[in-house]
Design a protein around this ligand. Sequence first.
Ligand code: GDP
Ligand code: MN
Length: 377
Amino acid sequence: MKLHEYQSKQIFAKYGIPTQKGRVAATAIEARQIAEELGGRVVIKAQVLVGGRGKAGGVRLAKTPKEAEELATQILSMEIKGLPVRKVLVVPATDIEQEIYLAITNDRAARRPVMMASAAGGVDIEEIARTTPEKIVKIHIDPLLGLRDYQARDIAIGIDLPKDYWKPFVEITRGLWRAYVECDATLAEINPLVITKEKQLLALDAKMLLDDNALFRHPDLAEMRDVDEEAPAETEARKYGLSFIKLDGNIGCMVNGAGLAMTTMDIVKLFGGEPANFLDIGGGASAEKVAAALRIILADPNVKAVLFNIFGGITRCDEVAKGILSALAEVKPQVPMVARLVGTNAEEGRRLLADANMITAETLVEAAKKAVAAAQR
Ligand code: GDP
Ligand code: MN
């Protein structure tokens, strides 16, 4: 789950990382009021769940409350990388001496978290990572020991941070590490962490990604989810307890079991097709779940055929088939449906589906070939 900048900053503040005070506005009038309260120059920042807002014109400096209102009007009517801006953060403007990059994420290859930093932070960090990766220093963190202060100092040395800033810098890295661990984050990033004209370190931007699989441990964080910003299919899928990931192909896949779903995608690819999604409908395959899943799959205009691959173990295949049929009656799909049912009462299940004009198959290979052919027709 992605958090907005303002949400990430709330968390960072709890962990002692210095951030600007400021507030979120949903209208230009509110933005103006906040600017009045703050006094002086402010920065208006689009709150959308993508990076690169600055370069897209979503981060603007306003000298007066009136200008804050005007800029907020503009930003609130923008789309950034396809996402409409619905909120802006209004913060006091900062005079910047240097922009530093600082982040913690998981290094899967190293099987441990890694802290990364660069003296060349700011909006061009991706470019730096590509062209001069040596400008980014990295240090791996032992998950049992946690981040050690000497490691944080090594990072400070690595980015040539003047010694005066080491103490607050080490405090910030400690806070970032604790936020990362205690929130079950997969990314905690400050870009830029700035040295201000007043010689203070300040987190000017904040970004956190949280591990969805750990959210059940954090009801307070789960509440921060912004459903306005999610693909509708994902919101819908979560409501019905479906694991759904949209992909770019044209064969919708409806499968019970994550492993079976991956296998199904592989076989579809093997026979020249491209899966339109990953979907695990979980155990049971009730009519309600199948119907919800079918609506989600068919909402994608790329889908030209749907492949059902259902293993009927505890739930018998004839029961599953009845579930599928009542879902079809409700959703009335216009594309061919191919079904492979296997398990208890499979024959009976297939007969029910064939009677309803579904294309049936006994093996997964046969089903995949039929689905690929159907999608091409
Ligand atoms: P991002 O583009 O989505 O990463 O948004 P950021 O919050 O990182 O802002 C982008 C850039 O805008 C920063 O790297 C800064 O250079 C600049 N910026 C943001 N806030 C301020 C500010 O208060 N003062 C100044 N001078 N520049 C700012
Ligand atoms: Mn940034």
